[in-house]
Design a protein around this ligand. Sequence first.
Ligand code: FAD
Length: 106
Amino acid sequence: PPDVEQLGRATWTFLHTTAAYYPARPTTQQRANMLNLLHSLPVLYPCSHCASHLGETMRTNPPDVSGRVALSRWLCERHNEVNERLGKDKFDCAKVDERWKDGPPD
Ligand code: FAD
């Protein structure tokens, strides 16, 4: 079976980075593709209990694909739900761009 921790770090890196570079004003096609990507996770993510938790949280909080800021925040909140469930610290969602796009201020 896959290493759930390493898979998680790699997947969060991909998802947060993709959200950080998602357009501010995505086209209809870009929104549809992002929705497809996100809705695929509860079906295909190769950690079945992770996938089913994600499916539940996505039913309560549907993805906001309207633009990069909203999407980055939505993803940060979902990641924080996992952090909370695993007893990890919550991440400050005001810092998603610093972490995943801009790097630390100088
Ligand atoms: P990770 O949680 O992988 O985070 C990587 C980096 O992201 C951190 O170092 C930090 O810099 C940054 N970060 C942290 N929180 C946020 C945030 N809220 N927003 C933006 N950036 C942030 N593991 C399980 O054991 N059970 C599960 O049910 C489970 N469900 C998962 C569901 C999904 C969709 C994914 C992608 C992963 C899931 N995982 C689950 C794996 C888990 O979330 C972690 O990836 C894994 O435990 C490794 O944790 P980590 O402490 O190395 O950092």
